[in-house]
Write a protein that binds this ligand. Sequence first.
Ligand SMILES: [Zn+2]
Length: 453
Amino acid sequence: MRLQRHGVVVLCGFMLASAAWARKPGDPIKPGRNLFSTYHDIRIGEAAALQVRQRYPVVQDPFLQEYIRRIGERLAATPEARQSGFLYSFTLLNVPQVNAFALPGGPMFVFTGVMNATENEAQLAGVMAHEMSHVILRHGTHEASKAVGVQLVTTLLGAAAAAKGAAAEQLARLGLGFGANSFILHFSREAESEADLLGSHLLAEAGYNPIEMARFFEKLAATGNQGLQFFSDHPNPDNRERALETEIRALPQREYAYQTGDFARARSEALLILAGGERGRGSAVPVPLPVVPAASLQQLQSARFVLAFPSNWTANEDVRLSQWTIAPKDGLVPRSNGSPQLAYGAIAGYFSPTLGRADLGTATLELVGHLHDDRPKLQLSAAPQQRVRVDGAEAMLTALGNQSPYGAPEADILLTVVRPEGLFYLLCAAPRSTFPQLQSVFQQIVNSIRFSR
Ligand SMILES: [Zn+2]
């Protein structure tokens, strides 16, 4: 009897402990374990922000920058953001992909592609509230704390004390800069849920309907390719909309009626910039550098051929066109209708020449004409075609020129091979300025091609 009672007490104690640990909807959300001080968050963010400004074009249009800043400052005026002690900044970058990120300590960057993809101001504010929540919850340095030990943090103290430029380099080496393998930009699913929940508090306090954040993320996830880059930095938690509905029900009742009234104008100005570069500057959008292709390879196995490509690229089949697109995540740029356009990467597939069993040269020219339908700026370059061999078969390399989705000149290499099932082709494309960096990857893909017998 006594033992039993003791057992009950222990069990109750355990339940109380876990009840205190489990968070109820509407409760505050606090930052997790962190080896860094908030001072380090600020210094790390400053150094990474310098790298961002070197890599991406900042939108020059003062109305658009002001518009993003007005929404950001409304969110930064919420109690949670003020209590964080960070100074937030908001910058619109002219990049067509749907993405946004905030660096430790407060610098936030929004791509013009986000403005194109959102339906209303609450959705745009939702993306920004989610990003601001990563800063408040110090997710960047929290992730880094999990990955690096106390010793590395000590090294980092030295790096942060060094001159600004040197600090950026050293931080990047430690995975704390702005780069493909950085801890400060790649969050866990748990961090994503937290950023959603805290984001909903910020939105509600700012007067925006918080459910719009979940609606936007769910819509983006449903479009597939368009959200590729965002969800690779911010993994999509399950049932986002339902989790947020539960959270919002626990928040104090409010009317969500706030808006600046400038969303429609801002969105159409962003679309103009996306379509034709910035007005008044006249120059094309600078081309972002591609993510360095991984040295390790993975295989594309289709019924009629196999080939190998870098493990940090993906291959997607378009069944309708019976072709594969093989590209890094930032190699695809959405058109204004949302469908992806290849900026760097390759397209592999089969083409049926109308002339039936045409010779390689004739069939290749017909294919170029066919590709031209979808790419009006595509043209043959002056360089002579080259005969090569692929998997023992006779093949041809044709150099082409095009306009990159970034507006800059594009270089294309078209490989063609006559096969019993049609003309096999591999079109390798990149902006001319970055083509040399991808040439060895394209060569590697060509060398790996094997046809089914
Ligand atoms: Zn996130």
